[in-house]
Design a protein around this ligand. Sequence first.
Ligand code: NDP
Length: 367
Amino acid sequence: MPAVQPSSSSSLVLVTGATGYIAAWVARCLLVHGYDVRGTVRSTSKGQQLLEIFQKLTGYGGPKFGKFDLVIVEDIAKEGAFDEAVKGVDAVEHVASPFHFDADDPNDIIEPAVKGTVGILQSVSKFGEKVKRVVITSSCGAISVANGKPVTFDETNWNDVSVKQAREQGKKALGVTKYRASKTLAEKAVWDFVSANPSLLWDIVTINPPFVFGPTTNHVPSPENLGTSATDWYKTLMTQDAGGKSLEFLATKRFCWIDVRDVGEAHVRALAKEEAGGNRIIISTEPFCWQEFLDIANSLTPSPYTKHPLARGNPGAGSSAEPLCIYKADRAKELLGMSNEEGADWKYKTKEETTRDTLAEFAAKGW
Ligand code: NDP
């Protein structure tokens, strides 16, 4: 299956939900690599704010930079929502999906996630006559859920536990369970679509990240407008009580993460690398506990953020134990050339780089 290169007479890529935290980085990385980007946005005003951000980037408008354009898709769950948007594009990055833990009924989040994902595939089948590849932002939440002891997961695993819990517990299920169920069911629908349509002329890649942190490139005028994962990072570092997390939680609970700019690059590479086609790909760097981010934030010299003291937790108490979910990211190394190893074609950002750059962004915004 042919991959999509930036140089092939300005390839045009559709990015769904372009004003979101991750999608804006996906769009920006594509532009920097020379792809033209059509972003779906819910409203003209939101799209305009993003366009203005991209226009201020060094090189925008130059010969090596792609061009950014907008199309309105108010609700990804509507029948035929993407029928117009996919016309004439060479590839699709489907990133839009509800990401929050506030759903009441599980279907409030499962339905838009699944309908949006199946909807883009149907629109590509009907109207995406030039499309060669569709990259879908899935999640490690579609791969696993912690079960009390450290377990290593890879792309063969599926999080059926959250789906079962969401079905059995309904509204009483945890918000995070409903969200994870939405991601599992949306990604299962992708691979079911592939099985049901064996003669497609295009192929699919899913990208499965764990927690995503790092600076924003979308329009975020105040901390209240940060997305779900960036809000968690903001509250933990920027409020004196570490967002209400206990000292024990900060020091001992370990999770996996990846910088949002690495997620953006992974989406670009998933388009350009022919051998990526047909794969689920986990992108995940070394684990973290929150205390490590706090210690790094408080030790940076010079400090990128000086307006007020940052949360401290219990300095030095961070555990180095294995997290409960460990993600094997070998496929990203093999297919995308991305890993946290020295000498990798693309080395993932470190906690220090992410912390420095994110705090610098907060300082620049006067937060
Ligand atoms: P955001 O909330 O920042 O972005 C989600 C985007 O989807 C927004 O642009 C949002 O538009 C749009 N969207 C949601 N529902 C609809 C709808 N019904 N109709 C039209 N647009 C819609 O979240 P992230 O950028 O963090 O997440 C993006 C993707 O990455 C999601 O699929 C998420 O599951 C996945 N992911 C995120 C991780 C993270 O830690 N951030 C980790 C792993 C996966 P609007 O804001 O205007 O509502």
